[in-house]
Ligand binder design. Structure first.
Ligand SMILES: [Fe+2]
Ligand SMILES: [Fe+2]
Length: 275
């Protein structure tokens, strides 16, 4: 545990421009023009903000060509999601040797979980759909922090999973004193994410432990369970069932969940556009 905390302390901050925009959004007194001015200094941010503002999913008329229009069209809430997502995307695309994830694999898993969480939030009328998307996108971010340690203890982990039938996160907790969800929570705290988002990441395998918005953690738990497994989570490591607490938190029966799963698979696979 001490090693992981130490790593979390030394974690790189989010890219400068990303932090600056998030900070301005938190302050709540920035204008669209001021935000646009900071965004325009960063090529990747500019491209992403324009892309999302002009995406067909928003269903607006003529396209907007400048950043200020794009910021106004998105609104500050959605802008926050776009900026956070971009801030994390670089790291999530990396190869994770410990978890046996090739370059881009965790990113694909994360995007799929994000689309699923967005769909579930909309379908279940969870009010903060942007937050659900970003929570899905970032739920496994703690794997970045644990990867090195998983790699070092790989043989023991495989043994514990296959012989004792434990889930990966249980083994992580046994060996390191913290699982990748807890490690992700530490990272989210360090980056000053809002509490519901910190908790959704930290509690995505045990949603009732979330301090606020257990529904958000439950949505991420479900979206993750229904997302095609990343390689470490697939056989022989066992699947990822929906946590039993989810039914009560979201007020769903088993039959509801099965129907939701069919609908979500159809919607997400039909290429639903997301933030
Ligand atoms: Fe996870
Ligand atoms: Fe996951």
């Amino acid at each position: 545990m001490a090693r992981i905390l130490h790593d979390a302390e030394r974690l790189r901050p989010l890219p400068d421009n990303v932090s600056r925009v998030l900070h301005m959004l938190d302050g709540q007194d920035a204008t669209a023009a001021q935000l646009a001015a900071v965004i325009a200094r960063d090529q990747a941010l500019t491209a992403q903000v324009l892309r999302v503002a002009n995406s067909a999913a928003l269903g607006y008329g003529p396209s907007c060509a400048n950043v200020k229009d794009a910021v106004m069209r998105l609104g500050f809430k959605r802008l926050r999601t776009v900026v956070l997502g971009l801030g994390a995307s670089g790291a999530l695309r990396k190869r994770l040797r410990g978890y046996l994830l090739g370059a881009g694999e965790l990113w694909r898993h994360s995007l799929a979980a994000a689309s699923g969480a967005l769909w579930l939030a909309k379908t279940l009328s969870y009010p903060e759909v942007e937050e659900a998307y970003i929570a899905g996108l970032l739920h496994d971010i703690g794997k970045l922090l644990l990867d090195q340690h998983v790699q070092e203890d790989y043989r023991r982990i495989v043994e514990m999973v296959s012989e004792r039938g434990l889930y990966l996160w249980q083994v992580e907790e046994d060996l390191f004193g913290i699982d990748h969800a807890g490690a992700g929570g530490l990272m989210a705290e360090k980056w000053h994410f809002p509490v519901p988002l910190v908790d959704a990441i930290r509690c995505h395998h045990a949603p009732s432990l979330a301090r606020t918005q257990q529904a958000l953690a439950a949505i991420v738990n479900v979206a993750n369970a229904w997302t095609p497994a990343d390689s470490f989570a697939s056989a022989p490591f066992g699947g990822r069932p929906v946590h039993p607490e989810v039914f009560q938190i979201l007020g769903l029966a088993q039959a509801d969940l099965e129907e939701l799963r069919r609908d979500m698979t159809d919607a997400v696979h039909s290429g639903m556009e997301v933030v």
